[in-house]
Design a protein around this ligand. Structure first.
Ligand SMILES: Cc1cc2nc3c(=O)[nH]c(=O)nc-3n(C[C@H](O)[C@H](O)[C@H](O)COP(=O)(O)OP(=O)(O)OC[C@H]3O[C@@H](n4cnc5c(N)ncnc54)[C@H](O)[C@@H]3O)c2cc1C
Ligand SMILES: NC(=O)c1ccc[n+]([C@@H]2O[C@H](COP(=O)([O-])OP(=O)(O)OC[C@H]3O[C@@H](n4cnc5c(N)ncnc54)[C@H](O)[C@@H]3O)[C@@H](O)[C@H]2O)c1
Length: 459
């Protein structure tokens, strides 16, 4: 690595080495290009250190406790004594290496990449300033700066030591009580995980339901599941003020009433990171909500963007998919344009909420002539056998006799989603799906019941 202040050049400069940037940079370096990868914090970004992986470790542990609590009445007796220590240790030692990215940096440099730690900024379309030096990009620059938590303008919030996802996954113990502001993906996943370790959790959601981007039937299922874990859910709740006193957070609600908790997790959405990047020096709009890209991930001539910064989905699999496409275009290896029709999403609550493509209401907003079919997991043979913890459903959204969207909620709902994702992606006609065999007795066999429930055309 050149010394601070030095000038250097490379084929490609990647700004932001989260999952998206790391993927492009690694692929290009492996292909023999000279690549400079620049990261202000940790190579790997949010997902391995503060998001997907540690949160899923907490969820896995919480689900083990929930399964153990389901033993009575099904298989004998259990005594469950939840301990958060092993989860915190696993996150520190196995997931994050105590928030040390040496292995990730070595992985990149091992592929031939040059790594610079620092906060980069474009000074023109092909020059990047970092750590007092300049890097000139011969082929192009990839922007992969991710997203950061978006906090709502609630009076007092800026003055209190609230948690974001970063503090939540780095916790060494489950708080006695936890207020969660926001009932989206982050809110419901972490609320359930902490509740299973004994925290008294309240979720405060401004909208009229949890997981508002999912089907209403899925929102209802999650609300019931959280209630089953003893979580208080307040939907349609507006917080008008926050205070922190005597080691407790207090939220004032519109219309009266107050909620208090030892910790406050703010999970009210994320925003692409565009400020301070010098976008104006490259002819791009620094005030935009997200970086607009074409199907080949180009934001401008010689500038590509991938991951959360593009505002498309905010998922690791989207960042990697876009990263792969950007790498192929940069390498001159033709690939189809990005296709988001079959974008899959999984909220890792218990039951898991998997979904792909359009929801019923989104399909109607697109002007499609929509038919739906719905079947419940407990009514299926496998659901009935499974018994405790069998809540779930399959919902199909069909237009023009093709599946355009689906929800698979239930035990392993995210895994069951796979077949439905293939059907949306490959535009499998409904008569062909109906002619398929579904193994007995599986959870995915409920897809057949949902196909049977599809309303006839024009009804
Ligand atoms: C709690 C939580 C759980 C999640 N769970 C899942 C999940 O289960 N599955 C899933 O698919 N997604 C999940 N996500 C979303 C996932 O984490 C993101 O979609 C993913 O991390 C996006 O990757 P990225 O590379 O675009 O951005 P990031 O991971 O945010 O990486 C961007 C990087 O750019 C760096 N950077 C920014 N500006 C500069 C600069 N000027 N110079 C140098 N470096 C810079 C940052 O330091 C950062 O490391 C979760 C998110 C959260 C918050
Ligand atoms: N399993 C996964 O794949 C996974 C897990 C976590 C996060 N993510 C990604 O991270 C993104 C961000 O997650 P998130 O949960 O922070 O955002 P989100 O957009 O999913 O949900 C935010 C919620 O906060 C609510 N809200 C906003 N302002 C509020 C206020 N003042 N008071 C009360 N509620 C308020 C919104 O109505 C919304 O329901 C997700 O969109 C997702 O793409 C993915």
């Amino acid at each position: 690595m050149p010394a601070s202040g030095a000038s250097q050049s490379a084929d490609v400069v990647v700004i932001g080495m989260g999952v998206g940037g790391e993927h492009v940079a690694g692929r290009l370096a492996e292909a023999g290009l000279e690549v400079v990868g620049i990261e202000a914090e940790l190579v790997g970004g949010e997902c391995p250190y503060w998001a997907c992986i540690p949160s899923k470790m907490m969820i896995r542990a919480g689900n083990l406790l929930a399964e153990a609590r389901r033993v009575p009445g099904m298989a004998g007796r259990t005594e469950v004594a939840a301990e958060f220590g092993p989860v915190a240790a696993r996150i520190r030692d196995e997931a994050t290496d105590d928030w040390d990215d040496r292995a990730a940096v070595d992985r990149f440099t091992g592929k031939g990449g040059r790594f610079v730690r620092g906060r980069a900024r474009l000074t023109s379309r092909n020059t990047v300033e970092v750590d007092g030096g300049t890097v000139t990009a011969r082929r192009g620059v990839v922007l992969a700066t991710g997203s950061r938590p978006q906090t709502p303008p609630v009076p007092g919030l800026d003055d209190v030591p609230y948690w974001t996802n970063r503090d939540a996954v780095a916790a060494t113990e489950a708080p006695a009580s936890l207020l969660v502001l926001g009932g989206g993906t982050v809110g419901v996943e972490l609320a359930q995980a902490f509740a299973r370790f004994g925290s008294a959790v309240t979720v405060v959601e401004a909208g009229d339901r949890l997981l508002s981007r999912e089907e209403p039937e899925a929102s209802a299922l999650v609300a019931e599941a959280l209630a089953g874990d003893g979580i208080a859910v307040r939907t349609g709740a507006r917080v008008t003020g926050v205070r922190h006193e005597a080691d407790a957070f207090r939220l004032t609600l519109e219309g009266g009433g107050e909620l208090s908790g030892h910790r406050l997790l703010v999970a009210t959405g994320r925003r692409p990171v565009l400020t301070g990047l010098g976008l104006e020096n490259a002819g791009l709009d620094p005030e935009a909500r997200a970086l607009e890209v074409d199907g080949r991930m180009r934001a401008a001539d010689g500038i590509w963007a991938v991951g959360d910064v593009t505002g498309r989905g905010l998922f690791t699999h989207v960042a990697m998919y876009q990263g792969e496409l950007a790498a192929r275009y940069i390498l001159g290896d033709p690939a189809p344009d990005a296709d988001y029709r079959a974008l899959p999403r999984v909220t890792f609550t218990d039951p898991e909420i998997g979904s792909v493509g359009l929801t019923e209401s989104a399909a109607r907003e697109h002007g499609l002539d929509v038919r739906t079919g719905l079947a419940r997991i407990p009514a299926s043979s496998r659901g009935w056998i499974h018994k405790a913890g069998n809540e779930g459903l399959i919902k199909l959204v069909v237009a023009d006799d093709t599946l355009v969207g689906a929800t698979s909620a239930g035990p392993m709902g995210g895994e069951v989603l796979y077949g439905l994702s293939v059907a949306v992606h490959a535009e499998v006609p409904i008569p062909r799906l109906r002619h398929m065999m579904f193994a007995y007795p599986t959870f995915h066999r409920t897809v057949e019941d949902a196909l049977r429930d599809l309303k006839p055309r024009g009804s």
